[in-house]
Design a protein around this ligand. Structure first.
Ligand code: UPG
Length: 443
């Protein structure tokens, strides 16, 4: 039998409450009540951007945030005075084939990303020195950082893995840590499964960029598979003001009819073939709709005379574009996306329906999940060789952006914006619970 708790007198209750209020006030006044959280994303913009968003949200609660990356990556991120940027130079070993100055996946073709991972492993020593010197309460690190947990554990720093993919993707691609670590693949240091398995096994909690409104059963399953707390930290939706926009882009968008523009962007790391670029270009040209295409170093692949023929109606930009700002503009009516999770979240934060062109990693899975929810339509490809026709590009774009039968995609994207992706109150609650978890489980 449990003993009955002695009922407290009114005076005892009031005294306890006053003591606790005084303690809270003291804690607020004491600087050491606040946390020091170090965050360390993978060297890819699709990872650094959400890590920076999360960092800003942690910093708004008065905590100190150290954002660890390499000099060139820090220079390309927006200046954020509330964050301490910790710059660790990337070692370029002579026997590594990594091009000079390459510090992120966007600087190299997909075939060279393995060299970037090799160079990245050289950061373990300077990282260890930083951790030893600054002793943060928590380290929030990414899925490839298999050497972070043992270093942090030795120093008594708590460990949270933050995964920028959604829950279904991480389960389908990776599975349980034990299989990733002890699977049949004999490669160790450069094998992604091995890295992710150790990164995940060494964490105390897994934070994931998703929410239960979107994939409740996958989040639960991830917790069961990994045998540790899995916290959906919300989608970190984009704000229109996150990016600065050039006057010429804004003026061009302002001149277009509401919801008529097709925004095209395939993220920061997929390499698209010449044939694929040409297929997309012909499709955009034949669609008759205005478009804004952000393209990575591939303008050489555009069909002859393309830019001349679409002049005025289509913009091709071969440099960094303010994607969030563009997607938030009222003239944008559809988004041709590779389905990188960051782009999907940005598009749906502004209610833009998706024309999906997944390429690799989590992207095909994300595309199938969203197609099942009718918030976008995939450009059909040949299942065997991945080829597609420009006619199917035209048909899919027009269906999603203008045709009457495609109204379902536009309506559903709008309702997803209102209820989930752009529902700031809901999303803030998720991130707040994660920060509370960090606060309640300090070292
Ligand atoms: O000119 C540009 C190009 C990109 N972006 C931003 O860059 C980010 C790109 O992120 P994402 O859409 O997630 O694409 P990738 O960087 O290509 O994504 C990698 O990381 C994602 C998240 O982990 C995975 O879902 C993808 O499969 C993987 O390729 C987004 O915030 C974009 O707004 C810009 O602002 N301007």
């Amino acid at each position: 039998m449990f003993k009955q708790k002695k009922k407290k007198s009114f005076k005892e209750v009031v005294t306890a409450s006053l003591v606790s209020q005084r303690r809270d006030r003291q804690n607020m006044a004491e600087p050491n009540h606040k946390l020091h959280v170090a965050v360390f994303p993978w060297l890819a913009l699709g990872h650094m951007i959400p890590y920076l968003q999360l960092s800003k949200l942690i910093a708004t609660k008065g905590h100190t945030v150290s954002f660890i990356s390499t000099p060139r990556n820090i220079a390309r991120l927006p200046k954020t005075p509330s964050i301490n940027f910790v710059s660790l130079p990337l070692p370029h070993a002579v026997d590594n084939n990594l091009p000079e100055n390459a510090e992120s996946t966007t600087d190299v073709p997909e075939t060279h990303i393995a060299y970037l991972k090799k160079a990245f492993d050289g950061l373990s020593e300077p990282f260890s020195q930083f951790l030893q010197a600054s002793k943060p309460d928590w380290i929030v690190y990414d899925i490839l950082h298999y050497w972070v947990p043992p270093i942090a554990e030795k120093l008594g720093v708590r460990r949270a893995l933050f995964c920028t993919f959604n829950a279904a993707s991480i389960i389908v691609i990776d599975g349980p840590s034990s299989i990733m670590i002890n699977g049949r693949d004999p490669r160790k240091t450069l094998n992604d499964s091995y890295r992710t398995g150790l990164a995940s096994a060494g964490s105390e909690v897994i934070a994931i960029r998703t929410c239960t409104e979107l994939e409740p059963e996958w989040i639960q399953l991830l917790g069961e598979i990994q045998g540790k707390p899995v916290i959906p930290i919300g989608l970190l939706p984009a704000k229109a003001t996150d990016d600065d926009v050039d006057d010429d882009i804004r003026e061009w968008l302002d001149r277009q009819r509401a919801k008529s523009v097709v925004y095209v962007a395939l993220g920061t790391e997929v390499t698209v073939s010449e044939k694929e670029i040409q297929g997309l270009a012909h499709g955009l040209e034949l669609s008759g709709l205005p478009f804004f295409w952000t393209i990575r170093k591939a303008s050489v692949f555009l069909p002859d005379g393309f830019e001349e023929r679409v002049k005025g109606r289509g913009v091709v930009r071969a440099e960094w574009a303010p994607q969030g700002r563009i997607l938030s503009h009222g003239s944008v009516g559809g988004f041709v996306t590779h389905c990188g999770w960051g782009s999907v979240v940005e598009g749906l934060s502004f209610g833009v329906p998706l024309i999906m062109f997944p390429c690799n990693l989590d992207q095909p899975l994300v595309a199938r999940m969203l197609a099942g929810m009718n918030i976008g339509r995939e450009i059909p490809r040949n299942e065997l060789d991945g080829s597609f026709t420009s006619v199917s590009v035209v048909e899919t774009i027009r269906l999603v952006v203008v045709e009457e039968e495609g109204k379902i995609y536009r309506d559903n994207a709008e309702s997803m914006q209102k209820n989930v992706f752009g529902n700031r109150r809901l999303q803030d609650q998720y991130v707040d619970s994660f920060i509370k978890f960090l606060e309640n489980h300090r070292a």
